[in-house]
Design a protein around this ligand. Structure first.
Ligand SMILES: [Zn+2]
Length: 423
């Protein structure tokens, strides 16, 4: 690949020089965007308008680039501008490589893809990527990913928003907390809304809110598992819904605090699970028979009153923790049923999608042995999320970054097989 790359780049360099020196053959249109250089001796460093050159051989030293395929030593052609007399390398400006840049953007791309796939070890050891772990860290931390993917979104496209936190190990045994907000689309897909490390929830809320285009208030649930600081999160666009899986589990802990062994608390938590597990009829809400809706409504009302009853019993039995836990939970347990009764939308009611997301992030973070900072954790999480769940946006981002505009095609005309020298 390195040899092929070398041939392609040298061929490209030759063509540029050909076009810029043979101005009688090539019209100015064929030289568009080529030969940009700074005017010789211009104190303000303005660009020269001259697009005609004389070839002046090659620089005495090859220029070395780190590429996705390894180190490339490239002879650099020198041109003299016939307008201002400046000496420059047309290839560098055509490739948009700065004067001293040693690294092509595609190299950064390969490194980041390798980190996400957790196969960067193999890439380094296999020498196809020539970079240290520290170098990888710098690329991750130096990425502009934290400033991108901030476009506005419409709450009306979502069926729910969920947020949760997970612990991460940082540099020198420091404990960090990764917080993640996702949207769940109407098709049940994850829409990343933000990754944050050691950031307060109100600040996260502000950052998510800034991107909200418009919303019919309260038509979607905000699902969480009782994380402190999340009661009332995004309260002006979404209705709080406690995770239908974590809710009963939390009750077990609360009753345990009241001194109840699992054997005795199990029937109570099972009862809650059963009360909130109201099945919604499938099919189009509009054409459902009223009696089907009434059935759900009746079940919802009886479940609600049974929970109220249960709270009363808990207080009577002296299960103070259990009672107050359930009390706090009770008006956020049926949000998805209430939404369905109001709008017919079947909204998510657990944060299981988010837990899967966290497992995927944790698996990769664990492999990064060099310890991470807040920025590294945030950036890597965001990269994993966007690549996994917004593949189109991820590819567009890199296409723009890599300057891939489809101006020319490279065709390999023939391939010859020969026996390997080493085996
Ligand atoms: Zn010039």
């Amino acid at each position: 690949m390195l040899k092929i790359l070398e041939q392609i780049v040298i061929g490209y360099d030759d063509r540029i020089s050909e076009r810029l020196s043979q101005t009688k053959i090539y019209p100015s249109k064929a030289r568009k965007a080529l030969g940009r250089h700074i005017r010789k001796g211009d104190p303000e460093g303005r660009f020269c308008r001259g697009r005609k050159i004389r070839k002046r051989g090659y620089r005495s030293k090859n220029r070395r680039f780190s590429t996705a395929f390894g180190k490339l030593d490239l002879p650099l052609r020198v041109a003299e501008c016939l307008n201002c007399g400046a000496f420059y390398s047309p290839l560098l400006s055509a490739l948009k490589v700065g004067r001293y840049a040693q690294r092509e953007t595609n190299f950064e791309h390969e490194v980041i893809e390798a980190v996400i796939d957790t196969n960067y070890r193999r890439l380094i050891d296999g020498r196809s990527i020539d970079i240290s772990l520290g170098g990888i860290h710098n690329i991750v931390v130096g990425s502009d990913i934290d400033k991108t993917f901030q476009e506005p979104f419409s709450v009306d496209d979502l069926s729910g928003i969920a947020a949760d936190a997970t612990g991460v190990n940082e540099h020198r045994g420091r404990k960090g907390e990764l917080r993640n907000v996702i949207g769940i689309t109407k098709a049940g897909k994850v829409e990343p809304l933000g990754c944050f490390t050691n950031t307060a929830w109100p600040e996260i809320e502000r950052s998510v809110k800034e991107r909200i285009k418009e919303a019919d208030s309260y038509n979607i649930p905000f699902i969480y598992d009782g994380e402190p600081g999340l009661d009332g999160f995004l309260a002006d666009v979404a209705e709080g819904q406690r995770c239908a899986w974590h809710g009963p589990r939390g009750l077990y802990h609360a009753l345990w605090q009241d001194g109840l062994k699992k054997k005795y608390s199990q029937p109570e938590t099972d009862k809650i699970t059963q009360l909130i597990g109201i099945e919604l009829p499938e099919g189009d809400f509009e054409i459902l028979k009223e009696e089907d809706k009434d059935q759900v409504k009746a079940k919802y009302e009886s479940s609600k009153s049974e929970i109220k009853e249960l709270i009363k019993i808990f207080y009577e039995k002296g299960y103070i923790h259990g009672a107050s836990y359930l009390e706090k939970l009770s008006d956020r347990l049926f949000t998805n049923i209430e939404l369905w009764l109001k709008t017919g939308v079947i909204a998510p009611k657990t944060i299981s999608l988010l837990e899967r997301v966290f497992r995927e992030i944790a698996r990769r973070l664990k492999r990064i042995a060099w310890g991470c900072s807040d920025v590294a954790v945030t950036n890597i999480s965001k990269m994993i999320m966007i690549r996994q769940y917004s593949r189109d946006k991820w590819e567009k981002y890199w296409k723009e970054k890599l300057g891939i505009k489809g101006y020319f095609d490279i065709q390999i005309q023939s391939v010859k097989l020969s026996p390997c020298k080493h085996f």
